[in-house]
Design a protein around this ligand. Structure first.
Ligand SMILES: Cc1ncc(COP(=O)(O)O)c(C=O)c1O
Length: 383
């Protein structure tokens, strides 16, 4: 353990994270290099943020070229590169979604999605799903399960109720004409890659239709190819009214996006939304590259193939089940996941935890290879 590194952060950064005892200085593909020269296989992917892995020359060249051409310009001036990124995103998203708006983080995307819903419906209630995580800003945290312990604001911006996950019967009772929107992650990431059932998601869609409420799908973690489809909701052929994405979106650069249907577009007036950095040219060049690369390298197929291998090889040692989809997977463990995470790190494998103490989360780059899975499987067997 490198105490010096931890000490440096401890002195100057607010200690809000339980950090792992390694210091990383470099990354290539799916591997991280520590300051003492160890190679670590990264099954955590910077929290689902590096779809193409680390150090990809073509990606870095694209960003670099755009930085030299035009590093930044505000949304006051229209940019071809912004229009291109937007149309590329619309080309891979559910077909009813017709416009996008760029912001900077998952929370900010959800904050705006919820605002659009309340504004459009003129209703005061939002329904979320038990165990959901949607972010840490005022509205996003209000719809996050268990946020009371850290919420911090004097009151919530709207009424919130939580539907017990995968309980269609209760969903039918709770979705009524008081509800502006239901916000849902098709695969609950922070909850341990817990996949919601098709029946539950379809019930939400149908009930929202029946009561003229909106369905907001949060694809911040599950989007951009991670589930084996561009967006996890496409596994079920369900069309949301609003969708958000972030994390993998920019290949590692901070950005997020809100997608809306045509109907909603008509209700948004100039000045209703805004962002200084959202949609900046460097980020837009990165977004366009990520989409092209996923297509060219057929990464959706890689995700599906690697998922199969993980399911075949990794129910071993302390793992007795796997949930989730694609490369957003939860390994269900027979003893505390944090102990297994530590043991794996000693074997130079980085994994993630979740809000479920018995689930170890895998969110690796989408370019993961079989050799990495074989190493994970062998290490799990040994611990
Ligand atoms: C599903 C989901 N929504 C929203 C967020 C919040 O994103 P950010 O941390 O970029 O604000 C997260 C972060 O983990 C997430 O997993």
């Amino acid at each position: 353990m490198n105490r010096d590194y931890l000490h440096k952060e401890e002195k100057s950064l607010i200690q809000a994270y339980s950090q792992l005892p390694i210091s990383v200085v470099k990354g290539t593909e799916c591997e991280l290099i520590t300051n003492d020269g160890k190679k670590i296989i990264d099954f955590y992917g910077g929290h689902a943020v590096v779809p193409l892995g680390y150090g990809l020359d073509e990606y870095l060249d694209v960003i670099n070229t755009q930085m030299k051409k035009l590093l930044f310009q505000s949304n006051l001036l229209p940019l071809d590169i912004r229009a291109n990124a937007a149309s590329q995103l619309l080309s891979i998203s559910p077909k009813n979604l017709k416009k996008v708006f760029f912001v900077n983080s998952g929370s900010e995307a959800n904050e705006n999605a919820l605002k659009i819903a309340c504004h459009y419906k003129k209703r005061k209630k939002i329904l979320s799903i038990s165990h959901a995580f949607h972010g840490r800003t005022a509205a996003a945290a209000a719809v996050t399960w268990g946020s009371e312990s850290w919420y911090g604001f004097p009151s919530k911006p709207f009424e919130v109720e939580f539907i017990p996950r995968n309980n269609s019967e209760i969903a039918r009772k709770m979705i009524n004409s008081d509800v502006a929107a239901v916000i849902v992650e098709p695969i609950q990431g922070v909850a341990g890659a817990f996949d919601l059932s098709e029946e539950f998601l379809r019930t939400i869609r149908d009930e929202c239709n029946d009561h003229s409420a909106l369905m907001i799908v949060d694809e911040v973690q599950s989007g951009m190819g991670r589930s084996g489809e561009y967006f996890a909701i496409q596994n079920f052929n369900i069309e949301p009214d609003i969708m958000t994405a972030a994390k993998s979106l920019g290949g590692g650069l901070p950005c997020s996006v809100i997608f809306i249907s045509n109907l909603l577009d008509e209700t948004i007036k100039k000045g209703d939304l805004g962002s200084t950095f959202g949609g900046n040219p460097v980020i837009c060049s990165a977004i366009e590259f990520v989409i092209q690369y996923i297509k060219e390298k057929n990464l959706l197929n890689n995700v599906i193939e690697r998922e199969k291998e993980i399911r075949d090889l990794c129910i071993t040692g302390p793992v007795n089940g796997i949930q989730g989809k694609g490369l957003l997977l939860g390994l269900i463990t027979d003893h505390p996941a944090h102990e297994i995470q530590k043991k794996l790190l000693k074997k130079n494998i980085l994994t993630g935890l979740s809000s479920d103490p018995s689930v170890l989360r895998l969110l690796p780059p989408l370019v993961l290879q079989s050799k990495h899975i074989e190493k994970l499987s062998q290490s799990l067997t040994e611990i």
